[in-house]
Write a protein that binds this ligand. Structure first.
Ligand code: PLP
Length: 418
């Protein structure tokens, strides 16, 4: 199970260490719940994905908008895909500009488009009237997002490339949008697709790329316009649980780029520059959440181990039925005593982080470490039950650096006006 943890994770004298720092020391210094990111894993993933992609890579900022992380990824040559003024502000605060930015979203408003244009971002057009809005906002470069009717094997909430999806436009309308964007003076670089997230295999992506090439050929014959860029979005999965088998993202990135080149050549088109927008596969395995164990209740047939967070810092079990595993970070080498369920501290019976995990007998005060929580956890966090959102730290070479401070109840009260 240690393979689900970041590269630097190891158990020393019974205690989990991340980036050379003991989990107990991290919890003591920064409090819990705490999201711990391993710098080595982030850099290694970034390098592997870039090498495999062979073209520009943009971090899907939605997976975890954080200035320090965006800056670190930028050092590795990675740009950012942003889908709101907030994400754009995080990216520009990290120093990202111009061609390092792609602006996304199925409902971009004038303000977002103007800010994206001012930052020099490429705008991925997603609705019929967006060409006019983007041009009026001062955008220069654009992509057109097309939905090619491929059903991905993933949870329906994170499937996006099928007919009827709220994202992008079906081919006939996308073709009209390419033409309209050109008339408005935008430089339409190419086409964008995003099939879905946490994809179980390469099938849906391969099929989408083949259809994309056919659509690009149609654009060329009907409009005389040739796509120079094929932005294939994100979607590569990670293992959150030992039972999950997910192909390695770097291998998939290489396959996606190669499939695009072959499919475009097969359609009689020049090889496009392939862009990728990985989110989860860049930062997911780098992150581990540390929780403090509170009440332990042996009830009818189930032992409930409750922790000091839950659906407010990780809503994925509730949203997608996501499965996680865990280890007792302070007694990681003790023999297992049996299966338990890990409950959050929120006022919902469904606030269960892990249905079934085998641990040593857990006691109040123990530290629970949940791996593969670097993506779409803190990014989706809420203040349910008036709970402030956790802090995040970056660890490397025996040092820990705070990259997002813990929210306080005073932060929440500061929003109250009555
Ligand atoms: N690009 C786009 C347009 C997206 O919508 C998403 C996720 O929703 C991503 C990239 C990142 O996806 P993932 O985190 O699955 O790699």
């Amino acid at each position: 199970m240690i393979e689900l943890f970041p590269d630097s994770a190891r158990v020393e004298r019974g205690e989990l260490e991340l980036g050379g720092v003991a989990a107990g020391a991290l919890a003591e210094r920064f409090g819990t719940p705490l999201l711990v990111y391993c710098e080595r894993t982030l850099r290694e993933r970034a390098r592997a994905l870039r090498a495999a992609a062979g073209g520009p890579v943009f971090f899907g900022t939605k997976a975890f908008p954080n200035v320090a992380l965006l800056r670190l990824l930028r050092e590795e040559g990675i740009g950012a895909d942003v889908a709101s003024t907030g994400e754009l502000a995080f990216a520009t605060a990290a120093g990202l500009r111009g061609e390092e930015l792609v602006a996304h979203g199925n409902n971009k408003d004038g303000r977002f488009l103007a800010q994206a244009a001012a930052a020099g971002a490429t705008v991925a057009l997603d609705a019929a009237d967006e060409a006019a809005l983007a041009a009026a906002a001062g955008a220069v470069r654009a992509l057109v997002r097309v939905t090619l009717g491929v059903d991905a094997d993933t949870h329906e909430a994170i499937r996006t490339g099928h007919h009827g999806s709220k994202f992008g436009l079906p081919p006939a309308q996308a073709l009209g949008l390419v033409a309209e964007a050109g008339r408005r003076g935008l430089d339409v670089l190419g086409l964008h697709v995003h099939v879905g997230s946490q994809l179980a295999d390469f099938d849906a992506q391969a099929e989408t790329i083949v259809r994309l090439a056919a659509f690009a050929a149609r654009c060329r014959s009907e409009l005389g316009w040739t796509a120079r860029v094929a932005d294939l979005g994100g979607g590569f999965g990670i293992r959150h649980h030992p039972d999950e088998q997910v192909p390695d993202a770097a291998g998939l990135a290489a396959a996606a780029a190669e499939t695009a080149r072959t499919a475009f050549a097969g359609a009689g088109l020049p090889a496009p520059e392939v862009w990728l927008e990985p989110g989860r596969s860049l930062v997911g395995r780098a992150g581990v959440t540390l929780y403090r164990v509170g009440s332990v209740k042996p009830l009818d047939g189930v032992t409930w181990v409750a922790v000091d967070g839950g659906m407010s810092d990780n809503p994925r079990p509730q949203l997608y039925g996501a499965r996680y595993t865990a280890l007792l970070a302070n007694r990681a080498d003790e023999p297992a005593s049996g299966p338990v369920s890990v409950a959050g501290m929120h006022c919902e019976s469904g606030d269960v982080l892990i249905d079934d995990v085998v641990l040593p007998a857990a006691r109040r005060g123990d530290l629970l470490a949940v791996p593969a929580t670097g993506a779409y956890t803190l990014a989706m966090a809420s203040n349910y039950n008036g709970v402030p959102r956790p802090a995040a730290v970056l660890v490397a070479d025996g040092e820990a650096r705070l990259i997002r401070r813990r929210e306080t109840v005073d932060d929440l009260l500061a929003l109250e006006t009555g």
